[in-house]
Structure formats: structure tokens, C-alpha cells
Design a protein around this ligand. Structure first.
Ligand code: DAH
Length: 346
């Protein structure tokens, strides 16, 4: 028995370290502990060992069994390691960031902007762009905004250092530049670049000298819309806004146009929204954008013939829409970069 067990262990000790694959391991294991295995045979042989030798033989058998199990485990661990290395293709780099790390996600304002853009996309609008630092002409004059309009006041709009008193003499007397107070300037930029028909939306950042509170930020975002074609009417305005609101706020959302005034539209309206999907706000009319039919004076300013072309325009605040959609009560959440807030939109 002693010799038999020593031979089995010797065989296992030389065989185990050279096993490279799982099938090899299975064959090897079967040769020792399978039904016809060498160790199995030795265990069966215990029956014939004289009674007085049994305790010693049994102890030796268990020891051998323990050694062989260790050899099996070591061989299996080595095989698994080889398999993993083959799967990874290269040694593991422990300095790489953990795959469990939060991968990040789009900012809620970006998500809502993309949603709005895709709704207008379905209605045939494409995205247009314009600069955030804008000249007074694009922001006000071309949009028929008179010199005494409050938006032109230093108290309301962030002007760049006064160009008329510029230290660089070559720039003195040139036009004033400002951080655009609305995206309506993109209407002008687009119309000067192309002939009608035009159907664009222009998402972008705007700036005003607002004191920051729960609903005001000096830096915020708007989405402008402009559609110029033959025979664009108030009915088109209503149906575009109606479709937009139903896509964003649910099939039962309703809109209401209230007469208002903007220098670049005539007639002008404030658009209110009411939707049963808006929780505690569902029974109220909520003002969400300004809109109207393009004032003929604006067409003249960009060289479009006002007798031939008609248009509709609208402008809405992105933060306002996002706040309503997500029940956010303070505009400052968007800009403080608190991950506890941002991760809710991941
Ligand atoms: N520019 C306006 C504002 O910032 C919003 C606006 C109103 C845009 C009417 C428009 C419009 O295009 O037709 O308050």
C-alpha cells in the first residue's frame, strides 16, 4: 500500500505541472480519481489491508489524497490564469481606471436641448448657429429694436468694453459688441447667409445682467426658431407650437397665445402651456416662450422682399423647459455641478 501510494503521488507530482489545458486536466484527474483511477483502486484496496495495519494505511491514504487535491487545485488555477491572460490579450494594467467607475452622462440641459432639437427636426427645422459675442446691429438694430429699448441699456445687457472709447485708435467709433442677450440674432445671421425658404432653430447660450436667484441666471440658454416661406400664417405658428408642446409635454398638453409685444414680430404673442402631466403645476397656464409673425421691417433689414415672404419666429428658454419637465425648483442646480443632482439624469 505504501509503495502504491508513493507511486501514485510521484506520478501526480510530475504530471500536474505540465498540464496546459482543461481537457488535459480532466483526463489527468480521471486517471487518478476517476472510477478506474489509480487512487480509487488504492482506496478499494483498503478492504484487503490487515486490520492492524488499517489505521496507518488509512492515514497515509488521506495524506496522499490531500496532496493530490492540492496538485489538482494548483493545476486548475494555472489553467484559469492562462485562460484569462489569453482573453485579455495583454497583461493587466493596474493604473487603468476601473470599469466600474461612473462613466459620466450628458448634462440635463444638453439632454433636453437634444430632445427639443429632435422634435423640431421632425417638423423640418435644421440647426443654425451664431456667435455668443455679437454686435449691437445683429442683436438689436436688425431686429427692429429701437435705440431706447431697455435691452440696450447697460443695466440689462453685458456690453464689451466700449468700442467707441477703445484704446486701439483703429477700432474707435466702430460698433459696440455685447454678450448676446438672446438668440434672435441668429435669425439675422441666417437670413443674411441664405435666401428663403428658411426653417431653422438656433439653440445657444445667452447673457443678461440678471441678479442670480432661483429662476434667474446671468448665463442661460435659449432656442430660437424661424420659418420663412410664402404664405406662412398664424395658423402655421399655432400648429408648429402645438406639435412641439404635445411631443414634449404629453398628448394632452394645450397651448394658448396671449397678445404681447416684441420689436421683431407683428403680431407678437406669449405662449402659455398647460399639461395634465405636470404634477402640481398641471392646473396652471405656464408662460414658456415669445413668438409671432416676422415683422416686415426685419425682412427689409436683411434684403428679403416683405411683399413676397412671410415668416414666423419664436424663442424659448431651455432652462425653463428642463425645470418644468423634471420638476426642478432652482435654476442654480444646473450650474453648480453637484453630482448628486447630475447623476439623477444619468
Ligand atoms: N428674443 C426674445 C427674448 O429673449 C424671445 C422671442 C420672442 C424670440 C418672440 C422670438 C420671438 O423669435 O418671435 O425675450
Amino acid at each position: 500500500m505504501q509503495h502504491q501510494l508513493a507511486a501514485i503521488l510521484a506520478d501526480a507530482s510530475t504530471g500536474a505541472p505540465v498540464i496546459a489545458t482543461r481537457p488535459e486536466f480532466e483526463t489527468f484527474k480521471a486517471r487518478i480519481v476517476g472510477p478506474n483511477g489509480t487512487l480509487t483502486a488504492a482506496m478499494k484496496g483498503m478492504a484487503t489491508v490487515p486490520k492492524e495495519d488499517k489505521p496507518a494505511a488509512g492515514k497515509l491514504l488521506n495524506q496522499t489524497k490531500g496532496e493530490i487535491e492540492k496538485l489538482f487545485a494548483a493545476a486548475l488555477a494555472r489553467i484559469e490564469q492562462n485562460e484569462n491572460a489569453a482573453r485579455l490579450g495583454a497583461p493587466i494594467d493596474p493604473t487603468l481606471p476601473s470599469p466600474d467607475d461612473f462613466a459620466g452622462s450628458l448634462h440635463p440641459l444638453t439632454q433636453v436641448r437634444e430632445e427639443i432639437v429632435s422634435v423640431f427636426h421632425k417638423l423640418g427645422f435644421t440647426v443654425a448657429d451664431g456667435p455668443e459675442i455679437e454686435s449691437e446691429w445683429y442683436c438689436f438694430d436688425a431686429l427692429n429694436t429701437p435705440a431706447n429699448h431697455p435691452a440696450r441699456d447697460m443695466q440689462d445687457t453685458l456690453f464689451m468694453p466700449d468700442a467707441t472709447r477703445c484704446a486701439d485708435a483703429s477700432k474707435r467709433g466702430t460698433e459696440a459688441y455685447l454678450l448676446r442677450s438672446h438668440t434672435s440674432s441668429v435669425q439675422i445671421r441666417t437670413m443674411l447667409k441664405q435666401q428663403p425658404p428658411v426653417r431653422i432653430i438656433a439653440p445657444g447660450r445667452c447673457f443678461r445682467r440678471d441678479t442670480v436667484d432661483a429662476t434667474h441666471s446671468a448665463n442661460f440658454h435659449q432656442i430660437e426658431g424661424l420659418w420663412v416661406d410664402k404664405h406662412v400664417t398664424l395658423r402655421d405658428l399655432k400648429s408648429v407650437l402645438d406639435a412641439f408642446v404635445r411631443e414634449m409635454f404629453g398628448a394632452d398638453a394645450k397651448i394658448r397665445l396671449r397678445p404681447s409685444f416684441f420689436p421683431f414680430t407683428e403680431p407678437s404673442f406669449e405662449m402659455d402651456l398647460k399639461s395634465p402631466d405636470l404634477g402640481r403645476l398641471s392646473d396652471r397656464w405656464l408662460e414658456i416662450m415669445g413668438c409671432g409673425l416676422v415683422d416686415p421691417k426685419v425682412f427689409e433689414n436683411v434684403g428679403y422682399d416683405p411683399e413676397q415672404w412671410t415668416g414666423l419666429a419664436f424663442g424659448l428658454g431651455l432652462e425653463r423647459i428642463a425645470m418644468l419637465l423634471h420638476g426642478i425648483d432652482d435654476i442654480r442646480h444646473f450650474y453648480t455641478n453637484d453630482l448628486r443632482f447630475l447623476r439623477q439624469f444619468a
